[in-house]
Design a protein around this ligand. Structure first.
Ligand code: 5AD
Ligand code: SF4
Length: 475
């Protein structure tokens, strides 16, 4: 038997890249690859890249510089290190990567990573291999299923891709170019994936897609199903106690989705619904095809059926033409909606997008200042949202042992981390927690009803997370 080969994957950007990285591990496992946390002793390093903003794409080239040293060092020690660039920068800049970075052996776009074994073989014979096509076949159909032990090791919460790509063409966004046109997976395949995950201990599923509520995959009756219908079907799978979905577009919120929040207890009352701007003029220039009032009405439709629902959003400041008045409209919308959290970004022109040809009018200084003002408002809303839970009893899905002995960490419906002292047996269960205090973004409490002696109040052992999970891309 040959020794296992070591694989290191570094992912940037959105949740889909996190998911894709896991599927790359599953694809390479039958080839004898096992994951290592250390790039320097890996036989294969994959950079799973993000192209959404300039800063994100530039990271690839600086990381490749570092890897060149590691690759040279490996060669000096008689070891071969292969380097692959995957993800959206690979898709958008495949030929440039090959030109600029001779250290790269394989370039593979997000629609082709199921071909990694063949591409590695090709790189061995031909020196280098590149694949950035949008193949017609469904990559998910040809990916090996994750092994039960692998699913268990990944924990009780899992992402599942249900759709990819986007046809919305917001003028600032590269997604329609890097991830291609909107494609939804068939319901039966998604159900198979979720059953396999649930059978191996997964309790929470986050359905992911760049435009997840544009989902229209073939249903079990042969007709296209909406995301609402899919959520109903998945809620029936034994073991699944929580369902989430990300990222949604305000224009694709239909009645079935609203009703899913009303009728399915497993569907969590926390929705990431990016609006980008509160100014109708800017929304139009962004090609969002809705107004700020349309967005507020959509939020109200959700709130009508679930009064405890909370929202997060993405914002861009400094889009070409954004005046102080436009920016004030964004602040006004944020005040009107009141968010549990949000991501805000400085506009970054992306090559090939319509906005990249627009005259930039907002200086970096003004962008910085608007970003700071927006973040301050969002932070205050997030702090108030988190503080409101102190003294209340809330349901927490327990995920894992924390670093401090005896401490278990889970998440509330709103993804707030919550720490209690308890037995690891509670991992995978949803239990009520009496929240005592808030330490940065984490809730500290005790299992409600449990006979907990306050010997030592749990201290947070990991860096406090925001109430939102990984950065999202899309919609
Ligand atoms: N500049 C700045 N932010 C962007 N986003 C997408 N494209 C750009 C860009 N060119 C943001 C949007 C999107 C999030 C994932 O990234 O807010 O919702
Ligand atoms: Fe599509 Fe979202 Fe990008 Fe707009 S911002 S083009 S909806 S992925």
């Amino acid at each position: 038997m040959t020794a296992p080969r070591k694989l290191h994957i570094k992912s940037y950007g959105c949740q889909m890249n996190v998911y894709d990285a896991q599927r790359m591990v599953d694809t390479l496992a039958p080839e004898g690859f096992v994951e290592t946390a250390n790039a320097d002793d890996a036989d294969l390093v994959i950079l799973n890249t993000c192209h959404i903003r300039e800063k994100a794409s530039e990271k690839v080239y600086s990381e490749l510089g570092r890897l060149r040293t590691a690759k040279d060092e490996a060669a000096r020690n008689g070891r071969e290190m292969k380097i692959a660039v995957a993800g959206c920068v690979a898709q958008a800049e495949g030929s440039e990567i090959i030109r600029r970075a001779p250290v790269v052996d394989v370039v593979v776009g997000p629609q082709s990573y199921h071909h990694l074994p063949q591409l590695l073989a090709k790189a061995k014979t031909d020196g280098r291999a590149v694949e950035t096509e949008f193949p017609v076949e469904d990559k998910f159909a040809s990916l090996p299923d994750p092994k039960p032990a692998m699913i268990r090791a990944r924990g009780i919460s899992s992402f599942v891709t249900v759709q990819e790509g986007c046809d919305k063409f917001c003028t600032f966004c590269v997604v329609p170019y890097t991830r291609g046109m909107e494609v939804s997976r068939p319901v039966a395949r998604i159900v198979d994936d979720v059953k396999r995950l649930a059978d191996n201990g997964v309790r929470e599923i986050t359905l992911i897609g760049q435009n997840v509520n544009a989902f229209h995959g073939e249903g079990e009756n042969g007709k296209p199903w909406s995301l609402g219908q899919l959520l109903h079907r998945l809620a029936d799978i034994p073991g699944i106690v929580r369902l989430r979905y990300s990222t949604s577009h305000p224009r694709d919120v239909d009645e079935a989705l609203i009703e899913a929040h009303r009728d399915i207890p497993a569907v969590m009352p926390f929705v990431h619904l990016p609006v980008q701007s509160g100014s109708d003029r800017i929304l139009e220039a962004m090609n969002r095809k809705h107004t700020a009032a349309d967005y507020a009405r959509t939020v109200e439709r959700f709130r009508k059926v679930r009064e405890d629902i909370a929202f997060s959003s993405d914002f861009i400041v400094g889009f070409p033409g954004e005046t102080e008045e436009d920016f004030s409209a964004t602040l006004a919308l944020v005040r009107q909606i009141s968010y549990a959290g949000a991501y805000s970004f400085k506009y970054s022109p992306r090559p090939g997008t319509p906005a990249a040809d627009m005259q930039e009018t907002v200086t970096t200084t003004v962008m910085d200042e608007r970003l700071a003002r927006l973040q301050e408002l969002i932070d205050s809303q997030q702090a108030a949202f988190n503080a409101a839970v102190i003294g209340k009893t809330v349901d927490v899905l327990f995920e894992r042992a924390a670093r401090n002995p005896g401490q278990i960490v889970g998440r509330t419906a709103y993804l707030q981390p919550a720490h209690v002292m308890a037995s690891p047996d509670i991992i995978g269960q949803v239990l009520p927690v009496a929240v005592e205090s808030l330490e940065r973004y984490s809730l500290i409490g005790a299992l409600a009803g449990a006979d907990v002696s306050p010997v030592s109040s749990p201290k947070i052992s990991q860096p406090a997370n925001t109430s939102l999970s990984a950065m999202t891309t899309g919609a």
